[in-house]
Design a protein. Structure first.
Length: 127
């Protein structure tokens, strides 16, 4: 049984826990964390792997995750400089949960789509 008191910091509007949840819970952050799960990657590789993300959004997402200690940015002194992003220890721990969410989504995709269709049909009849 979970301890409800442990959820209180997440439910407070101005708490740091809520800010972290907001950062890691958005779709782009989850996808970046999943993409970095196998190991370090360059910006261009991440952008190519995550369909639909633009350069600005990937930059913002990586910076937010770096600020929270989830992602580390490594710059190597080459010409031009090589920059790679990698999950930190916290990021790797989080990656386990993110992988679970991705697996859940993959496993339940058909059922979710069926539920969405039923909802949309009921909503259309009520309109």
């Amino acid at each position: 049984m979970r301890n409800e008191a442990n959820l209180e910091p997440m439910l407070r509007a101005n708490g740091i826990a809520r800010q972290v949840i907001a950062h890691i819970g958005d779709k782009w952050s989850l996808l970046v964390i999943a993409a970095l799960g196998p190991g370090a990657q360059r910006f261009s590789r991440l952008k190519a792997r995550i369909e639909g993300i633009n350069q600005r959004m990937l930059t913002r997402t990586l910076r937010a995750l770096e600020r929270d200690g989830i992602v580390e940015r490594n710059v190597y002194p080459t010409s031009p400089p090589t920059v790679e992003y990698v999950l930190t220890r916290m990021g790797r721990d989080l990656s386990v949960a993110v992988t679970g969410i991705c697996e859940w989504a993959r496993h339940n995709l058909d059922e979710v789509e069926a539920s969405q269709r039923l909802f949309d049909e009921r909503s259309a009849k009520q309109a």
